[in-house]
Design a protein around this ligand. Structure first.
Ligand SMILES: [Fe+2]
Length: 192
């Protein structure tokens, strides 16, 4: 079963070196389970992507240092994972925006094109952006505020960084997607 496989892979890579990231991962997977009925036959894919979306943070997998790309390459090369799963992980939560700043946009887009299934893509954003770093549930607005403040702190330490504009753009996009997806999920749930 893909859920169990995904959980095993994520746990193996994250629970030891990055326990907080592992807690967040489990929370994002729980969000995916909560909303899976909206996805119908794609529910399993969403849960697997939610479980594996941050696996690229694992220190041993750091190739480019850009976790969506590192995670996707790991899943493709070491596990021969489903192509759509890999593309979801590579592009989760508007990864293209950050890839552009890192000079990796073309590489990411060519190697792992964005899936043309907006419901799945947005659902993954929703799950990620409504989960705290410790794995608890939160609102997209509070999560965006937390990310921006974290980035501002980092940027302040660096005196003059480029993290804030990118993160702000990414967070704003995430917030918009979350709002749209929440409305869609609520409508769907009401009609089911
Ligand atoms: Fe995440």
């Amino acid at each position: 079963m893909v859920d169990r496989w995904a959980m095993g892979v994520a746990q193996a890579e994250l629970s030891g070196p990055l326990p907080r990231r592992w807690a967040h991962t489990q929370g994002v997977a729980e969000r995916a389970i909560e909303v899976r009925q909206v996805l119908g036959v794609e529910a399993g894919l969403l849960v697997a992507a939610a479980t594996l979306h941050d696996v690229g943070y694992a220190p041993r997998l750091a190739g480019t240092g850009f976790h969506p790309l590192d995670g996707a390459r790991f899943l493709r090369d070491e596990h021969g994972a489903d192509e759509r799963l890999v593309r979801l992980v590579a592009n989760h939560s508007f990864a293209l925006l950050e890839a552009e700043e890192r000079g990796l946009r073309e590489e990411l887009a060519a190697e792992f094109p964005l899936l043309e299934q907006p419901l799945l893509v947005d659902a993954l954003v929703y799950c990620d952006m409504t989960t705290t770093p410790d794995g608890g549930p939160t609102t997209a607005q509070d999560r965006v505020a937390e990310i921006v403040s974290r980035s501002a702190t980092r940027s302040g330490r660096a005196a003059r960084g480029t993290t804030v504009p990118t993160t702000t753009a990414r967070s704003a996009s995430s917030s918009t997607a979350c709002s749209a997806w929440s409305a869609r999920a609520v409508c769907s749930a009401r009609s089911s």
